[in-house]
Design a protein around this ligand. Structure first.
Ligand code: UD1
Ligand code: MG
Length: 470
């Protein structure tokens, strides 16, 4: 049987306890804004419409969330003034006009809730015909959360910490801030709410007492960690630690080796193929894709890259916005910057930097080079210290190097230049003109050897030293 479900995610609050210029719900958690997590969970549960309530710094929040929900429908409702969580839900009423069914209500700051827990909550809610159901948790330190008040085991109300007595504060069962309500009950209950005497805010938690009085009310208890609400930076760090571990474990279950889970980071948007191996202190971020069998060694950082199968990234390399072809070897200490595209079996060695560079199959640049704004043809070899002089102080210029070109050590190519297929560039050359196919380019001052000069110089110096002695 089809049960209509809509969702409202509250993202309008000031987030004062973060002490931040950035809106709380945009603080990043493993590469995604905080609000992404409850919103995407509601989406997974099939909630339509899906409404985010915005208020404080709403333009910024909307812009950021729109980039995540580019195609899928996400509606925005505006809470003009931050008058509490119930007021925020009321701001979404218009967006859900005519909707009859269950409404999932979530806070934008509870990122660790699991799909399974919400499924259980929803089934309980539907099976019992409850007016309202919500998630609770038993916390060792319940400080800051609303406490669940029970009489003879039955929930009677939620009391916010600010309003709680000493005795109530000692209660360890807390409100996780995630509810399912029948739409009809929700709107009726919210219309009757009165501002809290202490803060003047409309508390969503006050509808619990109404549901308790009116009929069936359900709760489902979840793990302490899952219920974590992010109100300050300490809680953000706690959530980050948990989420980091969840992501790593999921990759491990799918066939990725993580040698040191204590130090490895894989952000939420990254995809890893089977038999990838990640060394200690590795960071895989953004929307990176690592195909099967990619080895990433100690301390390497890969952000927004596509890494093909069998690539070996050696220690302390930094790759950003790069596409790396199958079987490439990169590093140690390499830096691939945005716009780098490596074909198959390219070798990039230590202290080589690439940017807007297309290196075709089998190119080797193994030592100390800057390869910016350049196309390099198949099987060419770039010697140690090759520098593309791509910037003339005003504009960037691009060069093209052909196939099977041999560039000796310490060569500068002043862009734009073209180097023909099979050409050789002698060590120490500064290339300022195009080089035809199969030609040798050399620009060096001729070398003179003065025979025995070194010996004579040494003798002269020694004599001077003796003469100077007192
Ligand atoms: C809230 C609950 C508390 C629960 C805790 C769980 C209330 C009154 N209290 O407290 O019982 O234990 O969550 O984490 O509901 N928001 C708005 N507009 C507002 C105020 C808040 O959109 O006017 C949004 C916030 O952006 C946030 C969410 O609602 O995403 C919760 O608000 P927050 O201030 O974090 O409430 P807590 O003090 O954590
Ligand atoms: Mg909170």
């Amino acid at each position: 049987m089809f049960h209509p479900l809509a969702a409202i995610v509250l993202c309008a609050g000031k987030g004062e306890r973060m002490h931040s210029l950035l809106p709380k719900t945009l603080h990043p958690l493993l590469g995604k804004p905080l609000a992404y997590w409850p919103l995407s969970l509601a989406e997974k549960l099939g909630a339509t419409p899906l409404v985010a309530v915005l208020g404080h710094q709403r333009e910024q929040v909307e812009k950021s969330l729109r980039t995540v929900w580019e195609k899928a429908p996400l509606h925005f409702a505006i809470q003009e003034e931050q008058r509490g969580t119930a007021d925020a839900v009321l701001a979404a009423r218009q967006a859900l006009a005519g909707f009859e069914g269950d409404i999932l209500l979530m806070a934008g700051d509870t990122p660790l809730l699991k799909e399974g827990s919400l499924q259980t909550l929803l089934s309980m809610h539907r099976e019992t015909g409850a007016l309202l159901s919500f998630l609770t948790s038993h916390m060792k330190n319940p400080q800051g959360y609303g406490r669940v008040l029970r009489q003879e085991g039955k929930v009677v109300a939620i009391i916010e910490e600010k309003n709680a007595t000493q005795e109530q504060r000692a209660l360890c069962e807390i409100n996780a801030g995630c509810y399912v309500a029948k739409a009809s009950f929700l709107w009726e209950a919210l219309a009757l709410l009165l501002p809290n005497a202490l803060t003047g805010e409309l508390y969503l938690t006050d509808m619990v007492e109404m549901a308790a009085k009116a009929g069936v009310l359900q709760t489902h208890a979840i793990e302490e960690e899952e219920a974590l609400g992010i109100n300050d930076r300490q809680q953000l760090a706690q959530a980050t630690a948990c989420m980091r571990q969840h992501i790593l474990y999921a990759h491990m279950r799918a066939g990725v080796t993580v040698f040191c889970p204590q130090t490895t980071w894989v952000e939420a948007g990254a995809q890893l193929g089977r038999d990838c191996m990640l060394g200690p202190n590795v960071f895989i971020g953004g929307n990176s894709i690592l195909e099967e069998g990619v080895r990433v060694e100690q301390g390497a950082m890969v952000v927004d890259c596509h890494i093909a199968t069998g690539v070996h990234i050696k220690p302390y390399s930094v790759l950003e916005g790069a596409t790396v072809g199958p079987g490439c070897v990169v590093g140690p200490f390499a830096r691939l910057r945005p716009g780098t595209r490596l074909g198959e079996a390219v070798h990039i060695g230590n202290f080589v930097e690439t940017k807007n560079a297309v290196l075709h199959r089998g190119v080797k640049a193994n030592h100390l080079s800057y390869l910016g704004d350049v196309d390099i043809g198949e099987a060419s070899n770039m010697g140690a210290g090759t520098i593309m002089c791509n910037y003339d102080g005003f504009a960037k210029h691009r060069s093209v190097i052909g196939k099977a070109v041999f560039v000796g050590s310490d060569v500068q190519l002043v862009s734009p230049v073209q180097v023909g297929d099979g050409a050789w560039v002698a060590a120490g050359t500064t290339v300022t003109k195009n080089i035809p196919d199969n030609a040798l380019a050399i620009s060096r001052s001729p070398q003179h050897n003065k025979l025995d000069y070194a010996l004579q110089l040494k003798e002269k110096k020694q004599k001077q030293k003796q003469n100077n002695k007192p």
